[in-house]
Design a protein around this ligand. Structure first.
Ligand code: E4P
Length: 217
């Protein structure tokens, strides 16, 4: 399973890279806004550091606007993936952009049939938002399983990104289902590495190490 980091924060990206946990980056307008820096500066800093896929989202609502924005964003780096919302206008944009060789991440996916349509339109990635579905009293991971079944049945190569991750269990379930990618907030990457028994084990080993007879110099 590939790990993308779901952030536009450079410190988090650098820390994730040093852990070897950043196969790519996903951003969205909300994550960019949190940085309180000009969009172009944020994007430049990310692209200088990350060679894997970096998703940048369009904000136009009409397919023509999305295509125009997407083409400009794609010029910023060969690793740029254009994030296009899952609407009928978005599907038209995905068809055009992917037809021109530009990778698209169809975002804001909340049902398996939306993911089926995105794959048919040529999306390289789909992002089902599991956390937001959980927030609305659904089981977000159910749609990931259904999307994987559909893609497997029909041989679609579109990669499934488990998105809107809230906790380590989303990552575990996605990995067990065979989802291609999880895009994970930095806080959850840290949580994934932690286990109280690991901390306890270190504590015990260090306490015992103090009891080991050491040779005098
Ligand atoms: C995905 O690419 C999105 O950036 C992200 O996962 C949205 O997550 P949220 O529901 O925590 O905003």
């Amino acid at each position: 399973m590939k790990f993308f980091i779901d952030t536009a924060n450079i410190q988090e990206i650098e820390e994730g890279l040093s852990l070897g946990m950043v196969d790519g980056v996903t951003t969205n307008p909300s994550l960019i806004a949190k940085e309180k820096r000009p969009f172009n500066d944020v994007v430049k800093d990310i692209l200088e550091r990350v060679s894997g896929p970096v998703s940048l989202e369009v904000v136009g609502l009409k397919s023509g606007e999305m295509v125009e924005e997407g083409k400009k964003l794609a010029e910023l780096g060969e690793q740029v993936v254009i994030k296009v919302p899952m609407t009928t206008e978005g599907l038209k944009a995905t068809k055009i952009l992917s037809g021109e060789g530009i990778s698209v991440n169809q975002t804001l996916i909340f049902s398996p049939v939306q993911a089926l349509m995105a794959a048919k339109a040529g999306a390289a990635y789909v992002s089902p938002f599991v956390g937001r579905l959980d927030d609305a009293a659904h089981n977000g991971m159910d749609i990931v399983e259904q999307i994987l079944t559909i893609y497997d049945s029909y041989g679609f190569e579109t990669e499934v990104i488990v998105a809107s991750i809230r906790h380590p269990r989303h990552v575990l379930e996605g990995a067990l289902m065979g989802a291609d990618i999880a895009t994970i907030p930095f806080k959850v990457i840290e949580q994934l590495a932690k286990h109280p028994l690991t901390d306890k084990g270190i504590e015990l080993f260090l306490a015992d190490w103090k009891k080991v007879l050491k040779l005098e110099k």
